[in-house]
Design a protein around this ligand. Structure first.
Ligand code: ADP
Length: 162
């Protein structure tokens, strides 16, 4: 049985992340999405909120589960008996850092491989940060997020403005 972990901040999950999750769930037996609990990144959503949103959008996939973690990705992968770490690649700007990360992880944990999925063309520009910027300025975000996630984001900014 092949288990893959897909780690990230998911602050919040976008349609770009969702595309990677959907494709991974079709090729792997089990997919564990790891939501990084990293306060240093000053996330907009709490880790619990990020996990909830991921649970809601991945409901159709029976082989996908969501967990939160802190610390090293390889420790999270080992804990879940994963053979593979999945990362999405959008543009060359992602590449250098991702390559360095994958190579370092391979030195520390040679039994775990990183696999990169090239983002679908229609989401190659998309990031959680850009969606947050648009939402904070009152822009339309329906093209980038699942409806339930977009609603949570609008709620969050409405509350922050009060
Ligand atoms: P991190 O802080 O680890 O970069 P993110 O939530 O931003 O967390 O991203 C998690 C993973 O999803 C990364 O591998 C990232 O490259 C990938 N990713 C983010 N946005 C997209 C997208 N639009 N298409 C494909 N992959 C994406």
């Amino acid at each position: 049985m092949t288990t893959a972990v897909y780690p990230g901040s998911f602050d919040p999950v976008t349609l770009g992340h969702f595309d990677i999750i959907m494709r991974t769930s079709q090729t792997m037996d089990r997919v564990v999405i790891g939501v990084l609990n990293n306060q240093a990144k000053k996330p907009l959503f709490t880790v619990e909120e990020r996990v909830e949103m991921l649970k809601s959008v991945t409901q159709p996939f029976s082989n996908v589960e969501i967990q939160c973690f802190d610390g090293l990705t390889i420790d999270f992968a080992r804990k879940n008996h994963a053979q593979v770490i999945i990362r999405g690649l959008r543009a060359v700007t992602d590449f250098e850092y991702e390559l360095q990360l994958a190579q370092t992880n391979r030195v520390i944990a040679p039994e775990i491989d990183t696999m990169f999925l090239a983002t679908s063309l229609k989401y190659s520009y998309l990031s959680s940060s850009i969606v947050k910027e648009i939402a904070s300025l009152g822009g339309e975000i329906g093209e980038f997020l699942h409806p339930q996630v977009a609603e949570k984001m609008l709620d969050k900014y409405a509350r922050l403005k009060k």
